[in-house]
Design a protein around this ligand. Sequence first.
Ligand SMILES: [Ca+2]
Ligand SMILES: [Ca+2]
Length: 401
Amino acid sequence: MPPGGRTDDWRAFRYTLASVLVVMLAGPSVAGVMRPRADGLVDDFEGELRWEPRADGGQVPEFALADGGLGAGRCLRIEYTNGPAGWGNIQCPVAMTGEETAVTFRLLVERADAKAVMHVWLMEGDGDGWLARVRVGGADTLAALLGQPVTVRLPLSDFSFQPRGNRQPALRDVNLFVLGCNYGDFAALVDDIVFELPPEVSARLRREEDLRRRAVEEALKSMDWKPSQRGNIAIFRDRVPPAQEGVFSDPEYIGEVLRRDGYAVHYLTASQLAMPELLRPELFDLVVLPYGPRFPGEAADSFREYLRDGGRFLSVGGYAFDEPYFAVPGREARSIANGGFEEAGEGELPAGWITERARQGVTFRRVTDTKRTGAAALEISVAPSAPVDWYILRQRIDNPD
Ligand SMILES: [Ca+2]
Ligand SMILES: [Ca+2]
């Protein structure tokens, strides 16, 4: 057998596959799409910094990864200077099952004004939040915790629900973990932020992780994926409903052309496109979408993450993404009706959209003189005098479930 023959290839494949999977599964977010983790870890600050300022009108603290200070490894150092708002928040993406029992983390307060405190916010995607003041025993000011490393444990039952979104409490919808700094200057180190999970929930999540890993391994094996100098290309090929606009290209023909040019070509179904652990830039240098406007809605999140992480795509056969579809029947009803604001509704609003009355100089209205595509667009106007607050335009999404 020549060097690089089948056995060697298979070994190289196993090795590469194993290292790719290890990299993907070791990160706090699995392949970018956030899923609740079996170990409950939010951040141990050993990877890259995943925190960002929260743009909510506060005085954002300085924050950076720091070496040591709270035992071995790295932690997050926060330095907050109180401003007129009385708050400053930083956030990182997170996912919850809704069955978590507590938030725990380690904290070392280096200095603190008498009034300085911290809060933890768990923010739902719809804008609702859950709030708890950081406390250890009876102490809820940072000054009371000065100089000693402590473990903070905040039971989920102590969080108060803050209705700012759809007013439906749903911890499983939480997608941001927010550390809030309030009322006084301080500097502190934070490490090992973890959600406490009941053991049976951990076990379930671990099983799900295993299943996903196995599904990726099997998919790659069945498509005979191996590292390619020229590049690995994924071509979307599935039974796709006909489109109103555009003419589908032939995935087989595209594949032939690319193969002739030396690329390793693989065909992915809609459900494979929807697997974030499979649709990775480390595995596929390019995704070809031959069906123009038709794109499976189930794959929207994984595709977005693929692109965010450096993936590339080529779309042929019509305007990309214009006519998303769902493989599971009935899901269409959950997509946004009148998302292009084309239809006029009551008063100045587009059909289907609701908002509180215009207040404090903030208005939403459908306009037809300024537009990007179609006949109309939504204009959001914010007067300079408008205070920082929540101004929400919403649409009810019918859920067939
Ligand atoms: Ca650490
Ligand atoms: Ca909610």
